[in-house]
Design a protein around this ligand. Structure first.
Ligand code: MG
Length: 355
């Protein structure tokens, strides 16, 4: 055999080119680099006995107490990834935890799927994963399963995170959008539009410096305390993208009731008001990520406000309106002059990539 012929059989795999600072396509291959990324970044931060088993699926014990499981899922594509008061990691945990909590359930577990763009800095990924860990600890949940995929450079926008939450709803709790009744009081847990304003600030779209930070937070601990002390809450919902206006219209349709809110009672920071006036936004449609609308019997309203106002995420809780009728599903905003404006759902997209 000549030397040339011999070389034709001499096939050798090229050595792996490692870039420890940036994500490579190989980090999504499912092979060695994926395992290295999982072990050095994700497992190091999220370690817990269920996740560490390393099987195709997580084995979890069903809660022994009676009740139901509540499952919710959400994809997070916020831009930019870091903004005043939070980042995509805190958002991905809090958003899903809150959707479980809005049902009156106790969030227990999360799964997280990461779609990362080639070239994304590993340091940023670790920062975001650490932020998720802190939010998980605050909410009392653990990440029990995850996935990592990598897109080619230019075919993603840094990072997208999708999370699914599993929670336990104790028997006898029934907090749903169709439960609002005529005479119920309506509470909002704090100021409107902080998250949207913080995102605008981070995009450099305000044209001036604002001190408003995102309100993003897991609300489950505050709401668990509220439910324990005020048993007959009818509806809870987080007014995220679409804002308070859209959320109230959804509830009015589900419950087939007429909701009236008082414009003068809406809690809005001065800076957010200024942003709305300058840029033509309506605070009713500005996104929130750490607020909850609560609808409950009139006689329970003061007690609920007292409990919420003691909590750091409910300090500015206030009653904003009443369910006034059960004949027509609509939302009315009573202006300071006494006239009523009909509130519709948000049309189109006011601020894309907000969550
Ligand atoms: Mg929600």
């Amino acid at each position: 055999m000549t030397e040339k012929e011999n070389n034709s059989f001499n096939l050798v795999c090229p050595p792996i080119i490692r870039d420890k600072k940036n994500i490579m396509l190989g980090h999504g291959s499912g092979g060695l680099l994926t395992h290295e990324l999982i072990n050095t970044t994700f497992k190091k931060i999220f370690t817990n006995p269920i996740l560490d088993e390393g099987n195709d699926g997580a084995l979890i014990n069903l809660p022994v107490k009676k009740g139901k499981l509540v499952v919710s899922t959400d994809a997070h594509i916020v831009s930019p990834l870091f903004y005043p008061g939070g980042d995509i990691g805190r958002l991905a945990v809090s958003g899903t935890v809150n959707d479980i909590a809005m049902m009156g359930a106790k969030p227990l577990y999360l799964t997280a799927s990461f779609i990362i763009e080639e070239g994304f800095p590993v340091e940023s990924l670790e920062k975001i994963a650490s932020s998720m860990k802190i939010a998980c600890e605050e909410a009392g949940v653990v990440i029990i399963a995850g996935d990592t995929k990598v897109t080619e450079k230019g075919k993603g926008d840094g990072l997208y995170i999708s999370t699914t939450g599993i929670g336990w709803l104790p028997e006898g709790r029934n907090i749903q959008g169709q439960n609002a009744l005529k005479g119920d009081a309506i509470i909002i847990s704090g100021t409107l539009g902080d998250h949207a304003t913080a995102i605008l600030q981070a995009r450099g779209g305000l044209g001036f410096q604002s001190n408003v930070t995102s309100d993003i937070a897991p609300l489950n601990k505050m709401l668990e305390e509220l439910i324990k002390q005020v048993q007959d809450i009818h509806v809870m919902r987080d007014p995220t993208r679409g804002g308070l206006g859209t959320t109230l219209v959804e509830i009015a349709k589900q419950s087939n009731v007429c909701i009236q809110i008082e414009e003068t009672n809406l809690p809005i920071k001065k800076e957010v008001k200024t942003v709305c006036e300058l840029l033509g936004f309506d605070p009713l449609y500005m996104a929130n990520e750490g607020k909850v609308v609560i609808i409950l019997p009139e006689e329970k309203c003061n007690k609920a406000l007292e409990i919420l106002q003691k909590h750091k995420y409910g300090q500015n809780a206030v009653r904003i309106g009443t369910v006034i009728d059960n004949k027509q599903s609509r939302v009315l905003l009573r202006t300071p002059l006494g006239s009523n404006r009909v509130i519709e759902m948000l049309m189109g997209e006011m601020l894309p990539r907000i969550c």
